[in-house]
Design a binder for this molecule. Structure first.
Ligand code: NAD
Length: 297
C-alpha cells in the first residue's frame, strides 16, 4: 500500500506540527479536533509557523498556498475513514487513547495504519482494544517539538507489528523529511530512555551540591557542546512532564536511575513547571530572555 492520505488526530502543539509537516511534504492531510474552536487555534499556529518559514525564504508564497490547499480540518472521526495512515496526537491519557482507537478501528478501512505519537505510554497497551488484524498495522511514531524543525522521528514496532507495515512507515517518515530511528516498544524508546536519567542525575547533582544551577548548565553546554544545559532544557520541556515521564519509566523498569528526585517532586507540587508557569530552575517572570536562577534550598 502506498501512503498518500494522512489523518492527524489532535491539532494541539504536536498535532498541528505533524499536520503542517505532512502537508509540506506533499501529502493530502486531514486533521481532526474536538471542536471548531480548538481547530481554529491549531490552524492559527500552523499559519504562524508557515509565515516564519516564508519570512526566512524557506517556502515561497506559491508553496505556502499549496500547503494550505492540502490541509483540511474536521471535527468528526468519519472523515478519517479512508486515510492510509492515522497519526494520533491527542492528550497523554491511556483510557482516552484506547477509546479513540477502538472507535477508529470500527470506522477505518482494514488496511489503514494506526500510529500513536505517545511519549511515555506503551504502544502495546494503547492498541489492546483494536482487532487482531489491526494490531499488525499499529506502530508508534514519536515526533519531537517543534515538529516542523526537529528532524528525528522514532518509529516504534511492537511484537505484533507486521514487517511490511513497519518498513512502509519507515519509508513514509523519510518522505516527511525526517530521519527515522528504528526502535521497539520499550517505555521511553531511545531518546527518553537516555535523556530522562541524564536530566534526573543533573537534579541529584544539584541536590548534592556538586554545582549550582548555572554551573551545571554551563558545564554541560560548554564542556559537552550540548545546545542547552539540563536545567534550561528541563524548564523548556516542562518539569511536570519530566516528572510524569520519570514516574512512568520508574514504574516500568524499577531502576533507581529513573526515580524522580525529591527536589523535582517538590518543584512540581509547588507549581514550578518551568517556562510555562514562569518559574522552574530559572525565574522567567522579569525578563524571559535573561532568566535568573532560582534559590531552591
Ligand atoms: N509536547 C511535546 O513535546 C510532545 C513530544 C512528543 C510527543 N508528545 C505526545 O503527543 C501527544 C499530544 O501532545 P501535545 O503536547 O500536542 O498536547 P496538546 O494538549 O497540545 O494537544 C492535544 C490535543 O488533542 C485534542 N484532543 C483531545 N482528545 C481528542 C479527541 N478525542 N479527538 C481529537 N482531538 C482530541 C485536544 O483538544 C488538544 O488540542 C501526547 O501523547 C504527548 O505525549 C508530546
Amino acid at each position: 500500500m502506498e501512503i498518500k492520505k494522512i489523518g492527524v488526530l489532535g491539532c494541539g502543539l504536536m498535532g498541528s506540527g505533524i499536520a503542517q509537516t505532512a502537508a509540506t511534504a506533499g501529502f493530502e492531510t486531514i486533521v481532526c479536533e474536538v471542536s471548531d474552536e480548538v481547530l481554529g487555534k491549531g490552524f492559527a499556529e500552523i499559519e504562524k509557523s508557515l509565515a516564519k518559514f516564508a519570512e526566512k525564504g524557506t517556502i515561497t508564497a506559491e508553496h505556502g498556498k499549496e500547503i494550505r490547499g492540502r490541509l483540511r480540518g474536521v471535527t468528526t472521526f468519519h472523515e478519517l475513514a479512508d486515510c492510509n495512515i492515522i497519526i494520533e496526537a491527542i492528550i497523554e491519557n491511556l483510557d482516552v487513547k484506547r477509546e479513540t482507537f477502538k472507535q477508529l478501528d470500527q470506522l477505518c478501512k482494514p488496511n489503514t495504519i494506526f500510529a500513536s505519537n505517545t511519549s511515555s505510554l506503551s504502544i502495546t497497551e494503547i492498541m489492546t482494544p483494536v482487532s487482531a488484524q489491526r494490531k499488525g498495522r499499529f506502530v508508534g511514531l514519536h515526533f519531537f517539538n517543534p515538529v516542523p524543525l526537529m528532524k528525528l522521528v522514532e518509529v516504534v514496532r511492537t511484537i505484533l507489528t507486521d514487517e511490511e507495515v513497519y518498513e512502509e512507515v519507515v519509508k513514509f517518515s523519510a518522505a516527511l523529511g525526517k530521519v527515522p530511528a528504528r526502535t521497539s516498544d520499550k517505555t521511553g524508546f531511545i531518546v527518553n530512555r537516555l535523556l530522562v536519567p541524564y536530566m534526573l542525575d543533573a537534579i541529584r547533582a544539584l541536590e548534592e551540591g556538586v554545582g549550582s544551577i548555572v554551573d551545571i548548565d554551563n558545564a554541560m553546554k560548554l564542556g559537552c557542546g550540548y545546545p542547552m544545559g539540563p536545567f534550561t532544557l528541563g524548564d523548556f520541556v516542562g518539569l511536570d512532564t519530566t516528572y510524569y515521564i520519570a514516574e512512568i519509566m520508574f514504574n516500568e523498569f524499577r531502576e533507581k536511575r529513573f526515580a524522580p528526585p525529591s527536589l523535582l517532586k517538590r518543584m512540581v507540587l509547588a507549581g514550578l513547571y518551568g517556562r510555562k508557569t514562569g518559574r522552574g530552575f530559572y525565574d522567567y517572570t522579569a525578563d524571559p530572555k535573561n532568566p535568573t536562577p532560582m534559590n531552591l534550598q
